[in-house]
Ligand binder design. Structure first.
Ligand SMILES: *[C@@H]1O[C@H](CO)[C@@H](O)[C@H](O)[C@H]1NC(C)=O
Length: 311
């Protein structure tokens, strides 16, 4: 499926913008290198790779060889070495029952949108872990919100009235930061509401977790399009979250679509399939493993020839 204009990065939409020219300049420079390493793998983006390798289409433009060597992700800690309140709670939840909500290190929602999301989570009647970034604080300590604590009272206005009390049994709200890879890797987690940063995207896929794609800025909209329309491992709101508010009913509906609705089974199956293909591609004999081996071999060869020239 062709990339839609509304999904590309903002500077690409305005050819009079200085940023547009910068993007074009960068794009022209990339193929002048000796090789391009991509944090993807053959089965994840076959069409992209086909296009990049197409002699007629891009051959003139992109002469550099393209090496898909991904997924490169942070490894999770062993299950039995994860400690703390969060994992004690997760261990007690049913398999694939918890929705993990995080908008990355740079993402914050408006107050209004935070309230709608809170309602959406509550209405969905699913369990959740929500990493909330407080607009007022720069750096967080990963502490929990709970009803009655000093921190919560200063943040209470971010949530609907009584929210923290009502969700005590089903949800955890964490301030600013959480051990994301360890959470996504936990068997109790069954969905991820994500801003679709590439790390988060890969961490979700390699752990077989279906997504609700909630892109906020830069190339995240393109990632969201790939995940929903191309790969079918995510659903996304009908409007761009960057351009309007996603309502509570739609949030509830999206959560149900990746957890309990009929079509959830298909989404889950597709993401599991990608999880296995990700594991395969980086193991011996897999395509990413081979590609990286090839890069290593070629580096070794060129170093050798440089040494010869030097001596
Ligand atoms: C993405 O993950 C890599 C490690 O796999 C890390 O070095 C990098 O800083 C991360 N990027 C962001 C934006 O968090």
């Amino acid at each position: 499926k062709a990339v839609q204009p509304e999904d590309v990065v903002d500077p690409m939409l305005d050819r009079t913008d200085q940023q547009y020219l910068e993007y074009v300049r960068m794009a022209m420079e990339i193929p002048t290198c000796d090789g391009i390493l991509l944090n993807i793998w053959e089965d994840l983006e076959p069409k992209t790779l086909e296009a990049l390798r197409d002699e007629e289409l891009l051959g003139q433009l992109c002469k550099a060889p393209v090496y898909p060597v991904g997924p490169l992700t942070r490894p999770p800690k062993p299950l039995d070495s994860r400690s703390g309140e969060l994992f004690i709670w997760l261990d007690k939840q049913p398999s694939e029952s918890v929705i993990y909500v995080s908008f990355g290190s740079g993402g914050t929602l408006s107050l209004e949108q935070t309230v709608e999301l809170a309602w959406g989570l509550e209405l969905s009647q699913q369990r959740f872990i929500w990493v909330v970034r407080s607009p007022s604080r720069k750096k967080g300590d990963g502490s929990f919100f709970s009803a009655g604590s000093g921190e919560a009272s200063s943040m209470a206005s971010c949530f609907p009235e009584g929210f923290l009390d009502r969700i005590q049994e089903v949800g955890l709200v964490i301030q600013d930061w959480a051990p994301q890879v360890d959470i996504l890797n936990h068997p109790s987690v069954g969905g991820f509401i994500s801003h679709c940063g590439w790390n988060s995207t890969l961490e979700s896929i390699t752990n077989g977790v279906p997504m609700i794609a909630w892109p906020l800025y830069s190339e995240q909209r393109m990632n969201a399009a790939l995940l929903t329309e191309e790969l079918g491992v995510a659903v996304r709101p009908s409007i761009l979250a960057s351009e309007g508010m996603v309502g509570r009913e739609e949030i509830e509906m999206m959560i149900r679509k990746i957890t309990v609705d009929k079509e959830a089974t298909n989404i889950k199956n597709r993401v599991k399939k990608l999880k296995y293909s990700a594991a395969e591609t980086i193991s011996k004999g897999g395509s990413s493993h081979n590609a990286l081996s090839l890069v290593a071999k070629q580096c070794a060869l060129s170093w050798k020839s440089m040494e010869l020239k030097a001596s």
